[in-house]
Every structure is written in C-alpha cells, then in structure tokens.
Design a protein around this ligand. Structure first.
Ligand code: FES
Ligand SMILES: [Fe+2]
Length: 448
C-alpha cells in the first residue's frame, strides 16, 4: 500500500482499511483484550506501522555515554531509517538521516567512531557532525552559484534525552519527550536516574536478528510475568530464580499511559530476598538521596523490573543468579526491537550500569547480563525461540486468521493497594493491563 493510498483511506469516516476491506480498527478487540494474528505478519500493516508509528513516535537510539566527546557518533535505526547519532563541536546531540542530499548515498559507513565531518563516498559532498552542508569538490566549477547551501544539510530528527537515553522523532508535531513519557518517567528514574551520575553503557550494544515480528518483544517485556513460569521454568529448578515457580506473581503490573507499561516483582512470602535488587551497598545511600521517598520505596521492594516504552524500547533490571553458589546480582539492559520487515526484527541490546558502582560489580553485572540476556544468553534464547515460533505459526493461511487472547485480568479492577507509584496498577504479576494498553495505543496510532 502506498503512502498516498493510506492518506486517502485516512480521510474516510471509518478509518483506514486493509486491501481486503478489513478495517484496521477491528484488528484489536474491545479494550485491547484481543488482537488479530495478522498484526504480527501482514505486510500492509507493517507499512502502516513504519509510516504512522515509527515516523511519528519518540524512538530510543543511543545513550549519552556512548558519544561522550565532540565528534563521537554511532549508527542506529529509527524504524527502517538509518541515522547517525552524533555530538557536534559544541557538545550538542544530533540525529541525522544517513543519506546524502545529493543522490542519497549513506555518508557514514562505520558503526561508531569520531569524525568532525562526514564525506559522501560517491561525489564527495561533505557535512558537519551537526548535519550542516560544508561543501563539495570543485563546487564553484560544477555548480556556479546555483546550489543553495542552506537547504543541503542532512535531514535531521528532533532529539531529546531522558535519564541519559537519547530519543529521536521525525514528527515536528510530536509532544515534548517528557510529555510523551508521562507517568513512565517516574518509573524510568528507578533505572536511569537513581544515582547522581546516572548509568553508563559498557561496550557496544549487542545487535542480532530474530525471525519474529518486532511487537513480540514489546508485548513480552511490557507485562508478561506469566511466561516465566513455563518458558523460563528451568531457572527455578536450577536456583537462578526464587524457589517458587510462580514467583513472578508477587508484584504489580502497571499501565503507565499511552501504551507504556511495566511490571515490578518482589519477594514471594517467606522468601527473604535482598532489598534494592541486591545492588552494592555503596549505592543505596546514593539512591536514597537521588530518588523521591516513593520511588525509593518502590525500588526497595523490588527484585525484578521489566517494561516497555511505546513503541519499541524495552528494559529489564533483574536480580538473577548466573553463577552457581553465588548470590544473585542485578544487571540492567535496555533494548530496542527494530523492525526489519513484518516477520523479522533486529535487536539492539545495551548493557548499562550505575557509573558510581564499584568496578567489581560492573564486571560481574556485565557477565550476568551476557549469560542471561546477551544474544546467546539462556533467557534470551528461551524468548527468541518462542517469538520465532509464534511468527511462523501465525504466518500461515489459517494461522493468520486467529484472534489472539490478551484478556488476562479483565475481570479485575485496578487495585493499587499501598503501591507508591503512578499509573493503573494491578496487584499480582499475572495481569495483562500493560499489553492491552500497548495494543490500544498501537491501534490508535494506526487509525488516527
Ligand atoms: S551521492 Fe553523495 S555526493 Fe553524490
Ligand atoms: Fe522471557
């Protein structure tokens, strides 16, 4: 479906439809409690997502610590668009479409580096790290005075940061990032802004491809505490997780508005787990001084945090035992589920740690991340096997006609109990309010 065709469809009263007449709004059931399996494989839906979600939303691309110095850059993706995230001579951050304004060639072909300028390898048009057009070979001879330099800079996205994470949006009408995050900002602070120095990325992010639809990552991380019982059941038997197969029940699920959501798991009754995810004791006073009293209380009770910022940034701060006989130590990973076609995604997975953490902790925490949620990590492989299986099973003729169930906890009213954080809260981890909120937002963006 062309973009023009989409715009025409948008003009009708019933909202857009797919080529076979199915209205896009009908893909998601009442209150988000079901979703058509087509959402995971259909090429027309995928094209709409690129135009209406990825070209409009705030998308996470990098962390400030990856480009600390002037001239530093990393190559990343916003939807299918490749962008350069760069720091200019004055320290400002820019997100630039990696495509020359002359004939479209990528002007940067290294994954990361330091450069004051980007020179296109085709004819040599050259740009500042801020994206501004600098010049071209034999400019006067070739163009005389006909080239308007002011219009020849690289296409750039809006750029804002939260908790050190750099987000970009190609939509000039998008709200400010802080408004876009809404209540989710309160929870992001528990990971990204809990210590005065914040977090830093160690190494380059892992990147790998999965033959699965990108939304399966978002849907899982936003609120699927339920799957740990089965998918990662081995980890209870091997003492990597608390000795209660339904340990993930003991916590809250939160719909934080606008398709964002998360779950926070605490200790099962009678199982003494260390507070603050067993973070190094040196960090505890720093966290108490940095977070609000309510945020501090939420973090104190928690052993496992997982969530998704709509559309495709997920995060995990987990206390899982990755080495026999050792106490479980926490790690933080943020990852984006980058669309690479309706049935394939690329994962960009960062390992982060508090800058003020002791060196020994940074090392063991990174090892724990790699063993559990790196590309070959045990938990990561469990999940990717499942998401690949789903994508294959719902790509077929009959498989794609199914309606998938997202109705867990529709019979329960939100109940915040004494939970100190914002949002719609469900007591008990087996609740799909986060997923329903995600799918409602997804349908809203495709049809607005
Ligand atoms: S395409 Fe870049 S200089 Fe020609
Ligand atoms: Fe999982």
């Amino acid at each position: 479906m062309t973009i023009e065709a989409l715009r025409e469809l948008q003009a009708t009263d019933e909202g857009p439809s797919l080529p076979d007449g199915t209205s896009v709004a009908s893909l998601v059931g009442p209150n988000g409690s079901s979703v058509s399996a087509r959402a995971l494989t259909d090429p027309d839906i995928y094209r709409m997502e690129l135009e209406r979600i990825f070209a409009r939303s705030w998308l996470a691309v990098a962390h400030e610590s990856e480009i600390p110095n002037s001239g530093d850059y990393v190559l990343r993706s916003m939807g299918e668009d490749r962008v350069i995230v760069s720091r200019d001579a004055a320290g400002g951050i820019h997100i630039l479409l990696n495509s020359c304004r002359h004939r479209g060639m990528p002007v940067c072909r290294a994954d990361a580096g330091n450069a004051s300028q980007f020179k296109c390898p085709y004819h040599g048009f050259t740009y500042q790290s801020s994206g501004e057009f600098v010049g071209a070979p034999v400019l006067k001879k070739a163009y005389g005075d006909t080239l308007d330099r002011s219009t020849m800079g690289l296409v750039s996205a809006r750029s804002e940061t939260y908790g050190g994470m750099i987000f970009g949006s190609f939509d000039p009408a998008a709200p400010a990032l802080r408004d876009y995050l809404g209540d989710m900002a309160w929870y992001l602070d528990l990971l990204l802004a809990r210590t005065p120095g914040g977090l830093e990325v160690i190494g380059s992010p892992h990147r790998f491809r999965i033959r699965a639809n990108w939304k399966l990552g978002s849907d899982n991380f936003i609120g699927d505490a339920y799957h740990t019982y089965t998918t990662h059941g081995f980890a209870v038997n091997t003492s990597q997780l608390p000795p209660d197969p339904s340990f993930a029940w003991y916590g809250v699920q939160v719909a934080a508005g606008e398709g964002h959501g998360l779950g926070l798991t605490g200790a099962p009754p009678g199982v003494p787990l260390p507070p603050y995810l067993n973070m190094p004791h040196e960090l505890i006073p720093l966290m108490k001084a940095t977070l609000s009293a309510e945020q501090d209380e939420a973090l104190r009770r928690t052993n496992f945090i997982h969530g998704t910022v709509f559309p495709n940034l997920s995060f995990l701060n987990a206390m899982i035992n990755s080495e026999e006989g050792q106490a479980p130590l926490p790690f933080v990973t943020l990852r984006t589920w980058i669309p690479r076609g309706p049935t394939e995604m690329e994962v960009c997975s960062w390992f982060l740690v508090d800058k003020e953490a002791p060196q020994w902790f940074k090392e063991v925490s990174r090892l724990s991340y790699v063993r559990l949620f790196g590309p070959s990590g045990t938990f990561e492989q469990d999940d990717t096997e499942i998401w690949t299986g789903i994508t294959k099973a719902v790509s077929s003729q009959v498989g794609s006609r199914q309606t998938l169930h997202v109705g867990m906890s529709v019979d329960r009213e939100p109940d915040r109990g004494d939970w100190p954080g914002p949002g719609d809260v469900h007591q008990g981890g087996y609740a799909e309010i986060g997923q329903r909120s995600f799918w409602r937002k997804w349908a809203k963006e495709l049809t607005r």
